[in-house]
Design a binder for this molecule. Sequence first.
Ligand code: RP5
Length: 161
Amino acid sequence: MAPQVGVIMGSDSDWPVLEAAGAALDEFGVEYEVGVYSAHRTPQRMLDYATSAASRGLRVIIAGAGGAAHLPGMVASATVLPVIGVPVPLKYLDGLDSLLSIVQMPAGVPVATVSVGGARNAGLLAVRILAASDENLRSRMARFQADLEKLVLDKDAALRE
Ligand code: RP5
């Protein structure tokens, strides 16, 4: 099946963070592709990816970057698809630089930004976006949420014993 989600990043050094997005998509059986597209080092390649993404069949793009993290915003400016930004924490500033670079988008060009290092939630949000028009994914997400609740209730019960 053609991938529905693109998981892209500014550098291969972002992958240890971004792989959690892939793991979440795997849990739901969502097909995805992975690639490195730097807004600064390979700008034309990034634009080619963004402008062709929808016509290639992608439905959501997850874009992670660190530091001057312009990839999610630039990709959002060149595609009609929903873009989920993942701020990757680097050695300095604890990822605050990445977060602010991604979240402070100008009106008209939205990027759905998750928490610093929050790639798992990016994957889950992509599933929810797809689930809006996919009944099977919707019921899988409902089961996932019920399991999550049960986990907390079990821990609560264990704590009270
Ligand atoms: C950003 O610069 C990348 O997203 C990465 O987080 C950061 C550092 O990249 P490398 O120097 O590790 O390739 O564009």
